[in-house]
Design a protein around this ligand. Structure first.
Ligand SMILES: [Fe+2]
Length: 388
């Protein structure tokens, strides 16, 4: 805990020093206000998220939101503080007489505007169309639409309001089939029952398929209250699995076909779904993947944009994934693009297989959203490009 406190405090030191040094902030009440603000930031980052596990109600939810906001805020202030130092260095070398406030205020204002834009952006839901040449699929699939959504992370940051927006959006797209890519729920309970009731309205002629994500397994598949889970997590205790969990409630409430290393055939296309690898049964998932019939057209739903080679080798034509949120916070999107070689978002080709990674349909821990946007994906079965 002390190491965490120290590293987070040091992370705040540069923006705090920048304000005090360049505005400059005079000694007295203003200086104490700045120090108190940054200490509150540190406190929110360390403890703010836990509050929503321990308490319910608007105060706990607001503290959780502020905690999430604190992270993106300090990340932005830290980055602009470095940029500001570079600007001051150039001014010093150039020998110009420009006050600290004249450079710091615009630079910090940009950081705050980015945060404001991210807050507004996080409440929007876009539609991304992915045309797939399906001429090699059974003819009944020509002209059909699959709507794919993922990473809604319903809980404290997302609730019934965003579920309502999602369901209305999907209904307006007239899908033939709906697929959920996992991380449906997350963390503290939030308005769990009300959110489930809205999701249960989702319908399509060919049904709703779903895989679960790492967050679903972590937070939904254990019995016990949020408080007990948090205490076990803190004590690094083993998390017991059980029958009566929130996961079993989800499966009871939603008439969806959950695929956990399982497949289902719909009009001569195999739809296969993997359990996420992070929960420790990689072997079973890989065995399932290698056991797929390579001669049948197969669409794989894999929460993470991984196992690409294994899927392509198993004859999968199209893989639908989520998990990354497309890198929802600048500069995380750039880091992810480099680390995942472009697989963090959108359509990529891997031999004969197409992978499409969604940037997710809900607010994750990265809030506000300062890069990319929330979306639902419409896979259009056409005769154009992107042959599978
Ligand atoms: Fe995930």
């Amino acid at each position: 805990m002390f190491a965490q406190f120290l590293s987070i405090t040091l992370f705040h030191a540069l923006p705090a020093w920048s304000l005090i040094r360049w505005l400059p902030v005079p000694a007295g009440p203003w200086l104490w206000t700045v120090i108190a603000f940054f200490l509150l930031q540190v406190f929110l980052l360390i403890f703010g998220r836990d509050v929503a596990f321990l308490k319910e109600g608007i105060a706990a939810r607001s503290t959780y939101r502020l905690s999430m906001l604190s992270f993106v805020l300090i990340l932005n202030l830290f980055l602009v503080s470095i940029i500001h130092l570079l600007i001051r260095g150039i001014i010093t070398i150039g020998g110009w007489r420009i006050t600290g406030a004249a450079t710091l205020v615009p630079v910090f204002s940009v950081a705050l505007l980015i945060i404001l834009g991210g807050l507004l952006n996080a409440r929007k839901l876009a539609v991304r169309h992915v045309p797939i040449n399906a001429t090699s699929f059974p003819s009944s699939w020509q002209g059909r639409r699959i709507v794919f959504f993922s990473d809604t992370h319903y809980g404290t940051l997302n609730g019934p309001g965003m579920a309502e927006t999602l369901v209305n959006k999907i209904e307006s797209l007239n899908p033939d089939l709906i697929i959920c890519g996992g991380d449906l729920f997350d963390g503290p309970k939030g308005k769990f029952g009300a959110t489930l009731a809205i999701l249960a309205r989702l319908q399509a002629p060919l049904g709703v398929l779903a895989v679960l994500g790492n967050h679903d397994y972590f937070y939904l598949s254990r019995p016990g209250s949020s408080k007990e889970l948090l205490q076990r997590q803190r004590n690094r205790e083993e998390m017991p699995m059980g029958e009566e969990t929130r996961l079993s409630a989800v499966k009871k409430a939603l008439p969806w076909c959950f695929l956990e290393n399982e497949s289902v055939e719909i009009d001569d296309i195999i739809f296969a779904g993997l359990r996420p690898f992070s929960i420790g049964d990689e072997k079973r998932a890989l065995e399932f993947l290698s056991g797929l019939d390579a001669d049948k057209p197969t669409i794989l739903i894999n929460h993470k944009p991984q196992q690409i080679e294994e899927a392509a080798d198993a004859g999968v034509r199209l893989q639908l994934s989520g998990h990354t949120h497309g890198g929802p916070v600048f500069p995380m999107n750039i880091v992810m693009r480099i680390l995942l070689k472009g697989r963090h978002f959108g359509t990529t080709h891997h031999g004969k297989m197409i992978l499409d990674t969604s940037s997710g349909s809900g607010i994750s821990l990265w809030y506000p959203r300062t890069a990319g946007r929330h979306e639902v994906v419409v896979v259009e079965m056409t005769s154009g490009d992107n042959r599978v």
